[in-house]
Design a protein around this ligand. Structure first.
Ligand code: PLP
Length: 396
């Protein structure tokens, strides 16, 4: 039999995807996968339709439409006070997913090590594997979802650490890293000469007056950070596959080589429509925050009333809820895989098992499941009704 390459042997189908398949088969509402079930702003759909009829149907320049790179630079400056050069420091990619892979494969060598703060988006590990490097997992531990600075330092002290990759606002914990936490990571990057790959896809979902801080804005970090974000979450267009990477020309050169020869370019008409998204005014982001804040409060209330202990998200749109009080009332144990299937089969709600987020020690996620709440009111009304079934079962 023809063998697959060794490098893919340890990559498995995403747990989230297989649970989604089961949830669909059972007619469950899927709060497992993090995609919105509402439409993007009307102006974006119209801009995309217009682009299709205005000849934006062929390859775009590989680094991205000039107009879009310009809009990305302007928006970055408006929000964070630094302006990447659109020609040499901005690269438009097929989503954050591709930007992460291009950064890792373009910058990390075979035999290098990459520190991954976990829980982590699944494609960080894939990118490290594609680069032939070795992941060093450092957990962000429940219930506070903070990392242990000594443990992080021990990881950085290992030989051949080339990069650290992490995400803030954080999926799945809902944490927004504080300036102090980011400074601890930055200090280690500077001391050990390590590149920071910072996934900031949830940058516009921060609650209770918090602010998202890009690590690149900390002293000395601009030269050694690849800041990655995209359109998927901020504008509810996960299917458009438009993201971007910001980095100094030297780092950008490296990741562009992988990008160019892998995807050529992100979809041209959707790049054109993305200009409209990036040029939306402050009102849009104010609306987005308050819309997600409403969803967050609704989800928290449903979970609390049903016996879950769910950390209130500081940002993003997930909570990694402790279901042990529910399990205890039901007389079942804290196996999160079994609980996930029970939730789909008995309550009609899809979630993701907490242990699937931890590679270093899956038991860190035991007793927890992730709920995603980028859902419209009608969906959350139905979620509330289904949780009533759970309350009846639990006897609350
Ligand atoms: N990074 C994180 C932390 C995510 O949660 C997701 C999607 O859920 C992605 C990246 C994927 O981003 P994109 O759709 O831009 O590829």
């Amino acid at each position: 039999m023809i063998q697959a390459a060794h490098r893919v042997e340890n990559l498995y189908e995403s747990v989230i995807r297989s649970i989604t398949v089961h949830a669909i088969q059972k007619g469950a509402i899927n709060l497992g996968q993090g995609s919105p079930d509402f439409d993007p702003p009307r102006a974006l759909i119209e801009a995309a339709q217009q682009a299709l009829s205005e000849n934006y149907n062929q390859y775009a320049p590989t680094w991205g439409l000039a107009e879009l790179r310009e809009a990305i630079s302007d928006k970055t400056e408006a929000f964070y006070g630094f302006r990447p050069d659109p020609d040499t420091e901005v690269t438009v990619t097929c989503g954050v997913t591709e930007a992460v892979i291009s950064a890792l494969v373009g910058l990390v060598d075979r035999g290098d090590k990459v520190v991954i703060l976990e829980p982590a988006h699944e494609n960080y590990h894939a990118g490290v594997v594609f680069a032939g490097a070795e992941p060093l997992w450092v957990p962000i531990r429940p219930p506070d979802f903070t990392f242990d600075p000594d443990e992080l330092r021990r990881a950085f002290r290992q030989p051949k650490v080339k990069a650290v990759i992490f995400n803030t606002p954080h999926n799945p914990s809902g944490r927004v890293f504080s300036r102090e936490e980011l400074q601890q990571i930055a200090d280690l990057c500077l001391e050990f000469g390590v590149i920071a790959i910072s996934d900031e896809i949830y940058e516009h979902m921060v609650f209770d007056g918090r602010r998202h801080i890009p690590i690149s804005t900390l002293p000395g970090m601009m030269e050694r950070t690849i800041t990655i974000s995209g359109l998927s979450k901020s504008y509810s267009v996960t299917g458009w596959r438009v993201g971007y990477a910001l980095a100094t020309a030297h780092l950008t050169d490296a990741l562009r080589k992988i990008h160019d020869f892998t995807t050529i370019c992100a979809p041209t008409p959707l790049q054109k429509a993305s200009v409209t998204a990036l040029r939306l005014g402050k009102d849009y982001y104010d609306w987005l925050t308050s819309y997600y804040d409403e969803r967050r409060q609704r989800m928290m209330q449903i979970l609390e009333e049903s016996g879950f202990v769910a950390p209130i998200p500081e940002g993003a749109y997930y909570t990694l809820a402790d279901f042990r009080p529910v399990a205890e009332a039901l007389g079942i144990d804290d196996d999160d895989d079994a609980f996930t299937y029970w939730m789909i089969d008995e309550i009609g709600i899809g979630t993701v098992p907490g242990s699937s987020f931890y590679r270093s020690d899956p038991s860190l996620g035991r007793g927890r499941v992730r709920f995603a709440f980028p859902k419209k009111d009608e969906t959350l009304d139905e979620v509330a009704r289904r949780f009533e079934r759970l309350r009846v079962r639990v006897g609350i």
